[in-house]
Design a protein around this ligand. Structure first.
Ligand SMILES: Cc1ncc(COP(=O)(O)O)c(C=O)c1O
Length: 457
């Protein structure tokens, strides 16, 4: 008797390989112009792309984009896709929202960067407080930078060196967060390029939802901040267990650490993010990606108490560079886009539409999974939906890593793309924007159903 290879999340590996091969050929056949453009123009880029993440899509060569508008993206060959990746949250409100495009056009002739505030900047501060809470805010250009600066402030005001993160987290390319648990020890994540500093000197990793481990780590008295996403969104989606956030808040306070919530992805939860929706009380708050409608911008805020501690700290430190800030941050173009997004795009009405569409998508995907008896499930956080190729909800990053099946997921992504639907490359995430139509959602559900029919035939 021949030995059968074990199933991957319920699917025979040979079927995954066959699907992947077929989808790669189908993709390439539909894109002669993309291929020719890459052959003519990609040679100047390292590995053929201007940013290495563009190689992370499962396709044999990257799609060359002609334009993106609302929730659609079109390549050079005229293939139009329903975009549920939405720039991995950067375009969560749709591509080129009209108020943002208008504000950019208006600002374009009035100066692009000045190192001084304008009226838009003043309006944006007030809008950030209205949308996300009564923090005192600063602007950065990426959420990565915002997290780095927040961590510096936390270290400064507590006088402590370390940050506590959850194994499997991602907070941008922030060194301190690039650790994970292995055999109960904090270790650097594998694969880091050119890593010289010993990250375990400045970071501790514990499992999400493990309050005992959080308390044990905090007891050492050297943790400046707990840096967390309210829901883990970068390692499949891991939801907090009931009471987790309340206990996290209490533990951070009891042991003198600050609580930094990074809502860069979980702002999909609704206006004001997961924090506002669930009444959380962070000391510091970070948000980025889509807050300026796709123009690079991030905001980080601190409570009045932390701000007061920071002012006191400033009085004691010697003059010199703070290690925070970048030259083009807080420029007028960012503020024009931020103002338009916060005031006109990121509205309660927009979130209601997103939530409604995402709930339909969640229900449709769950129905298809049940229909085919796939040992998978669906998770949703507001406008953010993810199918997970594992039967039960995940409790932490280690479980999430084990539930991740790269070959299977890549084949599904490729098959969805050939059926007109683009989803995020790194995980099985789909975003529903305010301009995503019911038809687009129905098409994605139908495409998913068709792919499951092939995998579970
Ligand atoms: C939770 C979270 N925080 C921060 C970041 C960093 O954002 P950026 O790459 O725009 O700096 C990411 C990126 O995916 C993220 O998922």
């Amino acid at each position: 008797m021949p030995v059968r290879a074990p199933l991957i999340a319920g699917v025979p590996p040979a079927r995954i390989a066959a699907l992947a091969e077929w989808e790669a050929a189908t993709y390439a056949a539909a894109r002669p112009k993309c291929r020719a453009a890459l052959a003519a123009g990609a040679g100047a880029w390292l590995d053929g792309v201007p940013m290495h993440w563009m190689r992370d899509w499962p396709q044999p060569f990257p799609m060359v984009v002609a334009k993106a508008r609302d929730a659609k993206i079109e390549d050079l060959d005229g293939n139009v896709l329903d975009d549920f990746c939405l720039g991995d949250t950067g375009a969560m409100f749709g591509h080129s929202p009209a108020p943002v495009a208008k504000a950019i056009r208006h600002q374009a002739r009035r100066g692009l960067t000045t190192m001084l505030p304008g009226e838009d900047a003043l309006a944006v501060g007030v809008l950030l407080q209205e949308r996300f809470g009564p923090m005192l805010w600063q602007i950065a250009t990426t959420a990565t930078d915002a997290n780095r600066f927040a961590l510096r402030v936390a270290r400064a005001v507590t006088g402590r060196p370390k940050v506590l993160v959850f194994s499997g987290c991602y907070h941008g390319t922030v060194d301190e967060a690039m650790v994970q648990l292995a055999g109960g020890q904090t270790v650097p994540r594998p694969g880091l390029v050119g890593q010289a500093a010993d990250l375990t000197q400045t970071a501790v990793a514990v499992e999400f939802n493990d309050l005992t481990a959080v308390e044990e780590a905090l007891k050492a008295g050297d943790i400046a901040a707990v840096l967390a996403e309210p829901v883990m969104t970068n390692a499949c989606m891991v939801l907090p267990e009931p009471g987790f956030h309340e206990a996290l808040r209490r533990l951070a306070s009891d042991y003198g650490a600050l609580l930094i919530l990074d809502e860069t992805h979980t702002q999909s939860s609704g206006l004001g993010g997961y924090t506002r929706r669930h009444g959380l009380q962070p000391d510091m708050f970070v948000v980025g990606k889509c807050i300026a409608g796709g123009i690079p911008a991030a905001a980080w805020g601190m409570s009045a108490e932390v701000a007061e501690r920071l002012h006191r700290y400033h009085q004691t430190r010697p003059p010199g560079h703070s290690g925070m800030g970048t030259t083009l941050s807080a420029n007028p173009m960012q503020f024009a886009a931020l103002r338009a997004t916060l005031a006109e795009v990121m509205t309660p009405k927009a979130f209601a539409r997103m939530e409604d569409g995402a709930a339909k998508l969640e229900a449709g995907l769950a129905k298809a999974i049940a229909h085919h008896g796939a040992p998978w499930h669906v998770v949703r956080v507001g406008a953010r939906v993810e199918f997970i190729c594992h039967p039960t909800p995940l409790r932490n990053g280690t479980e999430a890593a084990a539930a991740h099946h790269p070959a299977l997921e890549a084949a599904i992504h490729a098959a969805l793309l050939n059926r007109g639907c683009l989803i995020a490359p790194f995980h099985n995430m789909m975003l529903v924007s305010p301009v995503t139509s019911g038809k687009q959602i129905a098409r994605l559900i139908a495409a998913f159903e068709a792919v499951l029919a092939e995998l579970f035939a």
